[in-house]
Design a protein around this ligand. Structure first.
Ligand SMILES: [Zn+2]
Length: 384
């Protein structure tokens, strides 16, 4: 048994108890024709449990204490995949772009650029002739600013996603002077955790006109926003706030939310990394509750949750345990995925290995578009 498999087996064993599910497919229930074919009324929300969460602090026996919401509320009603392998580059933007395109992107992770392969947003909008406001991506910072559309000439920005960068939007609503804002919201405006030198440059380089239009369309009220952000503790809380706001304003059929708080692990503080996992667990449950309480989403939305990748194992040569994701080991590459909602099978645990690029194929099935250039494979266990 290799390391990928043993991580998978440990998840399977406890999930069998937690979910009360069989690990085979013998308990499958029949699905409606709508669920199998996708359709106009179906919606999909994708959340990356990012950036970079190990098995040790999530679905391992010792890690379960940090994910009570995933474990007790979401997993028991999900289709859970115990072994999802990311065979691509373990950098957050390039990995997220690969999830969005369903193909392994190979560009430099630290250079913001459009993916080479068409994104799910472009396939969806082109095939189903949807307006821009029906596909949204909410991402943690500048580096992700071009994840909403590819450089493929048959697709591209004209049919890409509406992209929202929460920190930029906050800066736009609450003022244009960067320094006072950073002083007021040092935790919310943090840019990224891997390039400390540029960490605080977020929030100033945005196209102000574009931001003003976004503020207007979302009908954001500065006094209301100021009051709400006063209680927020992390960038991901801000992202979820805007995600819910977008859902209530535009009710997009396709919403991709990139979470990133966990990557604070690069600081080397294990307690902050654990705080990030606890917070991400709570925010995933908050998004599921929003789906259930919003009539535009309830009973017609599939929610997919998956980490972008793991982090280095404690024993990995050349690594420093949880702090980074540099070794390319099984611990850094092996993760999990859960899917919830009426269009997917529930109470099912699937052990067969998947790849992280397969998620996009699952989304294409739910929404009913043709991902022509995708490398990811269909997941028959999910829907039939
Ligand atoms: Zn990282």
């Amino acid at each position: 048994m290799n390391v990928h498999q043993s991580l998978s087996v440990s998840r399977r064993d406890f999930l069998r108890n937690a979910i009360g599910a069989t690990t085979s497919l013998c308990a499958l229930r029949p699905l409606s024709a709508m669920a199998l074919s996708g359709g106009r009324s179906q919606k999909a929300v994708i959340i990356t449990f990012g950036g970079g969460a190990r098995d040790d602090e999530t679905f391992s026996v010792d890690g379960q204490q940090y994910i009570p919401n995933l474990l007790n509320t979401l997993a028991p009603q999900s289709c859970f995949f115990t072994q999802v392998i990311n065979r691509g580059i373990l950098g957050h933007y390039v990995a997220t772009a690969s999830i969005v395109t369903g193909a392994y992107e190979t560009f430099d992770n630290f250079v913001a650029q459009p993916p080479a392969y068409p994104t799910i947003f472009e396939y969806f909008r082109k095939d189903l002739r949807r307006p821009r406001e029906d596909a949204w991506a909410i991402a943690p910072g500048n580096l992700f600013a071009q994840m909403g559309a590819s450089r493929n000439r048959r697709y591209g920005p004209a049919i890409g996603a509406e992209l929202l960068l929460p920190k930029h939007l906050l800066a736009s609503v609450l003022g244009t002077a960067n320094v006072p804002l950073l002083d007021a919201y040092p935790n919310l405006l943090r840019g990224n955790y891997e390039q400390p030198d540029v960490a605080n440059s977020e929030g100033v380089s945005q196209d102000h006109e574009q931001m003003e239009r976004m503020v207007e369309r979302l009908q954001l009220n500065s006094a209301d926003l100021r009051a709400r952000v006063a209680a927020m503790r992390s960038p991901d809380e801000l992202s979820v706030y805007f995600a819910k706001h977008v859902m209530r304003t535009f009710a997009p059929s396709l919403l991709f939310l990139v979470l990133h708080d966990i990557d604070i692990a690069h600081s080397g503080a294990y307690s902050l990394y654990l705080d990030g996992i606890r917070s991400t667990d709570r925010l995933c449950a908050e998004m599921w509750r929003e789906i259930q309480s919003n009539p535009e989403y309830k009973d017609k939305t599939s929610l997919f949750i998956m980490p972008d990748f793991g982090r280095d194992g404690d024993g990995d040569a050349g690594g420093n345990g949880f702090q980074h994701h540099r070794t390319g080991s099984a611990s850094a590459r092996t993760t999990w995925m859960m899917a919830l909602g009426p269009a997917v099978r529930q109470k099912t645990v699937v052990q067969r290995p998947l790849e992280s690029i397969d998620l996009a194929a699952a989304v294409s099935r739910v929404l009913g578009f043709d991902p022509r250039l995708m490398q990811g494979k269909p997941i028959p266990e999910l829907m039939g």
